[in-house]
Design a protein. Structure first.
Length: 245
């Protein structure tokens, strides 16, 4: 028997994919989104027939509206929403273009904002929203100014959402990953050498002696989506292997 129905935005790779796999193994009904058909088809193939995949671009409000309609038609209501879709484009502050600014904010903040807004009517009472932010909100890294701003903006609205959505039984909490080995680095425009150096640095300086993996984050997300976190509001769980101690 299925326990809960959960939607994961950006569920085709990295953290989103690991969370989908973990939830499926616990008998959740899982819906994932992806921006490209190739990645979505591969994820569905890897995850098995129990997952539902919907092609949707988080930066497009039209796509979000479509996504809500499809989910409502097939499931009626859902129990949880993991707002995970995000992008990172490494860029020095002084050379960041308007195009990179707009793309990053449109996915990481604007898209996330309206995803939550448009799913509110079909979230059950009670239900859970989990926002995926980052340790960049409180620890500075070079070449991440717009990424940092987008994640800080997303994180800043959680407390407001908890107040405004309380009467609907909707709770909002945050997972804040540290540097995690995932395709996001390759997509950012970093060279293979830069990625290797980054991962080796955090592996060697981490108290756990290795880099954080997407599979380390999945159980935390499941906890926040499950009834075990029913009394939590605006909590932020940092999953970084202790690198920010």
């Amino acid at each position: 028997m299925k326990t809960k129905t959960v939607l994961i935005t950006g569920g085709t790779t990295g953290i989103g994919f690991a969370c989908a796999k973990y939830l499926l193994n616990l008998n959740y009904e899982v819906i994932i989104t992806g921006r490209t058909k190739v990645n979505l088809d591969k994820a569905i193939s890897d995850l098995g027939n129990n997952v539902i995949g919907i092609l949707s671009d988080t930066s497009s409000l039209k796509d979000i509206d479509n996504l809500v309609l499809q989910v409502k038609k097939q499931f009626g209501t859902i129990d949880g929403l993991f707002v995970n879709a995000g992008i990172f484009k490494a860029s020095r502050f002084e050379s960041t273009s308007e195009a990179v600014f707009d793309e990053t904010m449109n996915v990481n903040f604007k898209g996330a904002f309206f995803t939550v807004q448009k799913f509110v009517p079909i979230l059950k009472n009670p239900s859970s929203i989990v926002l995926n932010t980052s340790i960049v909100v409180f620890k500075a890294f070079a070449d991440t100014s717009i990424y940092t701003a987008s994640k800080a903006a997303l994180e800043s609205i959680a407390k407001v959402l908890n107040i405004e959505l309380a009467s609907k039984g909707i709770r909002v909490n945050i997972v804040s990953p540290g540097v995690t080995e995932s395709p996001i680095q390759k997509k950012s425009g970093m060279t293979d050498e830069a990625i290797t150096n980054l991962l080796e640095h955090f592996s060697s300086t981490s108290p756990i002696g290795r880099i954080v993996q997407p599979t380390d984050i999945a159980p935390i997300v499941e906890f926040l989506l499950s009834d075990k976190s029913m009394v939590l509001r605006n909590e932020k769980i940092v999953v970084d292997g202790g690198t920010t101690l």
